[in-house]
Design a protein around this ligand. Structure first.
Ligand SMILES: [Mg+2]
Length: 172
């Protein structure tokens, strides 16, 4: 099978890196989930800084259990990483996946419209934390929503998973 994963919010906890940065450096005192409700009201410039500064995309070390899981998946399947990350952090992304030995790094795709690639690459299963991305895929793949605070109110409308290892029983 061809199995696709989103990066931020699924395989990489960019949201936690940004949140911790703001707690430690910008006097932010709210909770993680409140922060991501407040994020939309930040200035475009501030948001762009978080989304284009490479260090935010390399700070978090992946858990050994996640790398083990992906390596197991890749034994009998092909993994694709499909992300909407901006061009300023593309090389940091490539370096990160290679540094931590993610399997199938040749299948890293940067796309604003993920659904086009999911359809053309015959992706069988796709995991994302953003419900509208899954909606845009329609029935062309089985989809899983990675449970995060920003989707908890509608998580029950999707095949919801709370950890990446939860997929082990479903796809291996
Ligand atoms: Mg995401």
């Amino acid at each position: 099978m061809n199995i696709g994963f989103d990066l931020d919010g699924v395989l990489y906890d960019w949201h936690d890196v940004v949140y911790r940065y703001c707690v430690n450096n910008c006097n932010y005192t709210g909770s993680f989930s409140q922060f991501w409700k407040d994020y939309n009201s930040f200035s475009d410039n501030k948001k762009l800084n978080f989304e284009t500064t490479p260090i935010f995309f390399s700070k978090k070390i992946p858990s050994p259990s996640m790398i083990r899981f992906l390596t197991d998946v890749a034994k009998d399947n092909t993994i694709f990483y499909i992300t909407a990350r901006k061009k300023e952090v593309h090389s940091a992304t490539i370096n990160y996946l290679e540094r931590y030995k993610f399997p199938c790094t040749e299948n890293l795709i940067f796309a604003e419209d993920k659904a086009i690639y999911i359809k053309l690459l015959d992706i069988d299963i796709f995991v994302d934390d953003f419900p509208t991305t899954l909606d845009s895929i329609g029935n062309s793949a089985d989809t899983y929503l990675f449970a995060r605070p920003w989707n908890e109110s509608i998580c029950h409308d999707y095949n919801c998973i709370n950890s990446i290892e939860e997929l082990r029983g479903k796809i291996l």
